[in-house]
Design a protein around this ligand. Sequence first.
Ligand SMILES: Cc1cc2nc3c(=O)[nH]c(=O)nc-3n(C[C@H](O)[C@H](O)[C@H](O)COP(=O)(O)OP(=O)(O)OC[C@H]3O[C@@H](n4cnc5c(N)ncnc54)[C@H](O)[C@@H]3O)c2cc1C
Length: 394
Amino acid sequence: MTDAAKIEALTDQLLSENDPADPTGFRGAQYDMGLAWVHYPVGYGGLEADPQLQRLVATKLREAGVDFTDVGWNGFGLFLAAPTIVTHAAPETKARLLRPLFTGEEVWCQLFSEPGAGSDLASLATRAVRDGDEWVVNGQKVWNTLAHVADRGMLVTRTDPDVPKHRGLTYFALDMHSTGVEVRPLRQITGEAEFNEVYMTDVKVPDADRIGEVGEGWRASMTTLMNERVTIGGSVATRESGPIGDLMKVWRALPAEGRDPVARDEVAGLWIEAEVLRLTNFRASQNRKAGVAGPEGSVAKLAFAELNKRIYSAAVNLMGPEGQLIDTYAFVRPETANLTGGLDVRKMFLRARANSIEGGTSEILRNVLGERVLGLPGEPRTDKELAWNQVLRS
Ligand SMILES: Cc1cc2nc3c(=O)[nH]c(=O)nc-3n(C[C@H](O)[C@H](O)[C@H](O)COP(=O)(O)OP(=O)(O)OC[C@H]3O[C@@H](n4cnc5c(N)ncnc54)[C@H](O)[C@@H]3O)c2cc1C
């Protein structure tokens, strides 16, 4: 039997033997049958098959009306933590963490940024000190999206301050319910508190929850960040969906006299740019699936962020004075992060400001493109070979 035929047969079996009304049970069975991520190793939710074959599972589930978008939003787990765990964690750790992540029983957040370490993530200061089979963690993280609903955090810590900054880091799967973890809301420009500060005081983390080798946290972090950038900017949307869909709704709702030729020109230009980005992402995803990640993938997040801001500016401009009125500025604690439209356009105009900061700022992405894709000279880095504790920090 070919891999494709086997995957189709297993998906039929999954559907016939399990009830989607019980999402945890259904997704647990999906994981156990290797249909969670078909390209992952056997025993970790996969079948070591071609990643393109995942669409066979997705198509059959969709045709059967199985849709788990209401299971709880675990994008950080599914798109960032899972590839990091499967690539870097020890076999026992993978087996323990991946299943509840896939079923939605454990929701994940990302604990990377600190008040003094954002773009320069490798300079982070949260300390983890070994104590037998455990580590004792002290420090503060910031801007941690959905940490208030998370069960686990992707935590990067400093375990060796005496070596250069990239070499002294270690990555853990933090149990967010541990004693000493405190999550405090941070209110955003939209009025909502989608993200948080996370304080850790003498938090005990078992060594069994380490992801990757001691001192190899930078390598594991890069896996997370690469996946984050593709997740934020690189998904292949349907034509005229997301932000450009929001703009088109505003445009079509305008009375004829509101559709002046200058505005029409701007809207048409933005529509074309959105379509070019969508097709570029499509090409990039085909290349990735064929195993040859091209430069298209690197522009996705940068282009997405800058285009979104212009699209929502155009939308609120078209709305005239109404574009300046926001319906509510209530303090709420969302359980999902909205990156791609669907909210009130005026709120999305405010939320889109964050697109060029989260997951790496546009300036940093331009640096990455300049150095890694275009081969331009690198930024001067004076602290690369200095021990972390010898470098001045803000
Ligand atoms: C909505 C939102 C959600 C987020 N969610 C999370 C999360 O869940 N988990 C998490 O860990 N973090 C999260 N972040 C944090 C995000 O990753 C950081 O804000 C980002 O990496 C920038 O770091 P910083 O804020 O410390 O800014 P800084 O690094 O201090 O940068 C300040 C300014 O200087 C510029 N700059 C810095 N260095 C350079 C350079 N070398 N060359 C040119 N310009 C430079 C930057 O582009 C920026 O404009 C989130 C941020 C936002 C806005």
